[in-house]
Structures are given as C-alpha cells and as structure tokens.
Design a protein around this ligand. Sequence first.
Ligand SMILES: [Zn+2]
Length: 287
Amino acid sequence: MPELPEVETIRLQLEKYLKGHKIENVQVNVPKIFSGNPKDLVGAKIKDVRRFAKVLSIDLSNGFSIVIHIKLTGQLIYRGPNLPHSAQGSAGLSKKVVGGIPGPHTHVIFKLDKGGFLYYNDVRRFGWIKVIKTDEVEKTGFIGKLGPEPFKDLTLNIFESVLSKTSRAVKVVLMDQAKIGGVGNIYANDALWLAGVNPSKQAKKLRNEEIKSLYDAIHKVLKDGLKYGGASELAFVTPDGKEGEYQEHTLVYGHEGEPCDRCHKSKIQKYFLSGRGTYFCPNCQKT
Ligand SMILES: [Zn+2]
C-alpha cells in the first residue's frame, strides 16, 4: 500500500497541477467509492492540497474538500495544460495504469476548466473519495484517529512513549496508523534493518539507543522514498502517469536470499509477521 513518501509525492504533483483549476463537472461511475454530493464541487476553484499520513485533502474555494484514500491500488492521474508536455489521454502513461484513462478502471472523473481532467482509477476498488466541509476534514473518523507523523509531530519523546506502552512487535506498532501515521510495510522493514532492530522484538523492550536509531532510520528511509518519488510496487503511479523508483533502492525489503549489505555474512530472510512479509538479517538484527 502506498505510504507517506508515495502519498506525499502525489500531493506535491497535485498541488503543482491542480491549483488554480476550476471543477466543471464530476462523473461518478462507481458510487460505492464516492460519498457526498458531487454538485458541491461544481464551479469551485482548487486552493490547496494537504496530506494527513496516507490521506489526501483537496481543498476548494467554496469551503468543501475532496478527501481521498487511495488504499491499495488507487491512482490519481492528471491530464491538462499544466503538465510539462501537456500529455493528453493515455499517451506516455505507465503500464501500471491498467486499461488507460478513461478506461474500465476509471471510477471517478473530475472535469476541470482549461481542458484539464483528474481521473481516479482503482483496480481493486478499496479506495474512497469523500466530499466534506473543509473545516471538518481534521475531525473526520479516519484522519481524527491518526497517530503522530514523522516530519510533523512525531518527536523522539512521543516515539519513546508510544513504544514503551505496548508489548506488541515493534514492526507491527510502526505500521499501526493509530500509533504512528504514514509508515507501512516497505519503509518499516527498511528502517528496522537500518537501525539493527529485530522486527519481532517487543516494542517496550527496545533500549534507548535502539529507539533513537530507529527514530532516525524511519526519517532516513522516508526521506529516501520521497527522493525517489515513492515505490511503484503494486499500482502506484504519480499524477503525471509515471512510476516511482524507490523499489530499486530498498535496503532489505524484497531482498530475500540476497547477502546482507551491512555484515556480508548472512543472507536476508523473510517471514510473515501479522500477515505481512517481513525481511531481516539474522546477524545484524539478532535482538
Ligand atoms: Zn547483516
């Protein structure tokens, strides 16, 4: 599932491409994905694009916002005059945009002024789009329950306190959105390896120096994720229709059976922890 770097990469592009556009019409092909009244969006100008962990909020000039969670396979693709080469239709799109735009997996189409379009594609249909008042965005169920976020309000003290309160495996806590917002499986695996912490270790048993290394490692891997424009493992594409590159730079995620880059002694092993693929070096992440 797209994590903080992927959703932030989407946000940065949407901000660049959508700001100033006016919404002329909204076509909803799959009603279960969309809630709220599409008519509340018509005629409004796009003012701002914000991100809360993995959730986006497109804020409009008329006091409404479009809140979007792309979940596993959602894609937001822009076509229009603000693209560098003003690409139209499906030209130049990544193959991950299955069926093209508009296509069989295009469930919502925002028609913008000046010939612009924002398409929402989603093969698995787990994602959702909600129209709500802008001043209610931060109070809505999902966003209101998010834990503190790296680069925002997750201080080292808060991180320590979150970990000290639970005997769950540290990796499971890192990925729990109610405890820490924005970190998912890829970056949790890489951060734990970088910090030399065993993914199954009980969170409350981490020593102070391990907590500090893990805190720094989380920020380092998320920053690298952003630098490479996110990881296009499943369906992730950016609004210009291109893929991210972090999947080619992961530290341990996806490297099962390969020699560990740090100790050069052990091979990376994979097991499942709470149902998620977990990669680690048995030598560097003993405890
Ligand atoms: Zn190692």
